[in-house]
Design a protein around this ligand. Structure first.
Ligand code: SF4
Length: 462
């Protein structure tokens, strides 16, 4: 199958590319581009269909391309022609402009051609988010604070985060913590100068629990000693890798006020865990979960992934059954996304990735499962190159939402971020958003330590 796009410009218009991209990975199509007078799309040299577009209205053109290819290729995306990673933000914006739920449903169905179940997912998620967005509007000096530890026990096959195997970096971890401490202190000073109030604190990475117990105690003390945390409602810790968790680290986390923790199996099948480069077993996940309950954690999140290589529907169901026995307070269901940085991209041919229908069923099963556990969706996002054009959804029991994640996705709150690869995002009163990027590699972060603070200061002075 060959799709040929003829267009005037040197570069293919992005909105047209986005519409075509919906079909990547679904049909394994080849896209060929060349210059021409008009914008015209042909499939199989015109044998299967030709579309000529008056490209004056970008949204309409994108829709036209989607409808055309959908017919020719016989595939309908669950999200219709909607691209972009934040569908709930679109609904929240419409609510803000006084549109009714019925108007929004109609718009999503008739213009974007989104499937009914996805429309309900958006509406339900937006409803749960309402009180968090209203709080932010009332108190616009509330911010989130993110701190990153860029180390993990090993690197997962699909990882595209700032993560380095801690075994190889042992010698620099203390130096990293020295530099991070300086950045935390400098950022605390900036927050004070600007009268900002930390409402959520999120420790991610990497996996912060990869630090040894002594370093972990030091890390949490650095944060709680230097930041003003009296207004914090959520203090989250990514302890994603059970092979990095000990009872003592969980006690340290509790002592410092952590009230939400993520223990992420991704799958409860030992064979897959090995295949995706996670050198731990499902038994370790279960043990770590019980440790967390024993130490008093009442808000435990678990992440899973639908569409992992070589996983069958039965294996996915097994993951859900095992998780049900543990009864976590929230469950984040990702659909596998093939990211550029991940090794998986190279292996896409070899790995025999699952087809869209199986992933569809997995995603459905996870949704029904979450509802059986009395969980509701509270934030969601989409990614490029996600299997079956699905999405990532976080479900939780009432009262166990993570406001940090809601605000990150809805982009209504400033996030001050420290650590290698961390991204600070400042949301100004007029809604404009600017970002400051920290150095990604641990070596650069350490050797150019002043940059993080300088960039944050510059953003806050705009
Ligand atoms: S645990 Fe997360 S951050 Fe660490 S390697 Fe795996 S995907 Fe990357």
């Amino acid at each position: 199958m060959r799709i040929t796009v003829e267009h005037q410009n040197d570069n293919l218009p992005y909105h047209i590319f986005e519409a075509i991209q919906i079909f990547f990975g679904v049909k394994n199509d080849f896209v060929f581009i060349r210059n021409s007078e008009s914008l015209r799309i042909m499939v199989n040299d015109g044998q299967d269909g030709v579309l000529c577009i008056d490209d004056t209205d970008k949204k309409q053109s994108k829709r036209d391309v989607y409808v055309f290819l959908s017919k020719v290729l016989g595939y309908e995306s669950p999200w219709g022609c909607m691209t972009g990673i934040r569908p709930v933000k679109v609904a929240n914006t419409l609510y803000e402009r006084n549109h009714t739920t019925e108007d929004i449903r109609k718009h999503f169905k008739e213009f974007y051609l989104i499937r009914d179940d996805k429309i309900e997912l958006i509406i339900n998620t937006a409803n749960v988010q309402k009180r968090f967005l209203e709080e932010q509007k009332r108190s616009n000096n509330y911010i989130g604070f993110y701190s990153g530890i860029p180390f993990c026990p090993t690197r997962c096959l699909y990882c595209s985060f700032t993560s380095n195997p801690i075994g190889r970096y042992k010698k620099v971890v203390d130096k990293y913590l020295d530099v991070l401490e300086e950045e935390i202190k400098g950022t605390a000073q900036l927050i004070k100068e600007k009268n900002l109030v930390i409402r959520t604190l999120y420790l991610g990475g990497g996996t912060p629990t990869s630090l040894n117990e002594e370093q972990f105690e030091r890390y949490l003390s650095m944060l709680t000693d230097n930041l003003e945390l009296s207004c914090v409602s959520e203090f989250s810790l990514e302890a994603g890798r059970p092979d990095s968790i000990t009872l003592e680290k969980l006690r340290i986390a509790r002592k410092h006020g952590v009230n939400r923790i993520s223990i992420n199996p991704q799958t409860m099948n030992n064979k897959t865990l090995k295949l995706i480069g996670r050198m731990h077993t499902k038994e370790q996940i279960i043990e770590a979960f019980h440790f967390a309950r024993e130490t008093g954690f009442e808000n435990i999140n678990m992440d899973i992934i639908a569409g992992l290589p070589d996983e069958t529907l039965e294996m996915f169901e097994n993951t859900l059954e095992e998780i049900e026995k543990l009864d976590p307070d929230s469950l984040t269901v990702h659909t596998l996304s093939i990211k550029k940085a991940a090794n998986l991209k190279e292996d896409i041919e070899k790995q025999k990735l699952l087809n869209a229908e199986i992933v569809d069923t997995m995603v459905d099963k996870a949704e029904n499962f979450a509802s059986r556990l009395n969980m509701r969706p509270y934030y969601m996002y989409r990614q490029k190159n996600i299997l079956g054009n699905h999405e990532n959804v976080a479900y939780c029991k009432q009262g166990c939402e993570s406001p940090y994640n809601i605000h990150i996705m809805e982009e209504d709150q400033t996030i001050m971020a420290v650590g290698a690869g961390a991204v600070t995002k400042v949301v100004y009163d007029n809604g404009r958003i600017e970002r400051a990027f920290n150095m990604k590699s641990v070596e650069d972060y350490i050797s150019r330590k002043e940059i993080g603070i300088e960039r944050k200061r510059a953003l806050l002075s705009l």
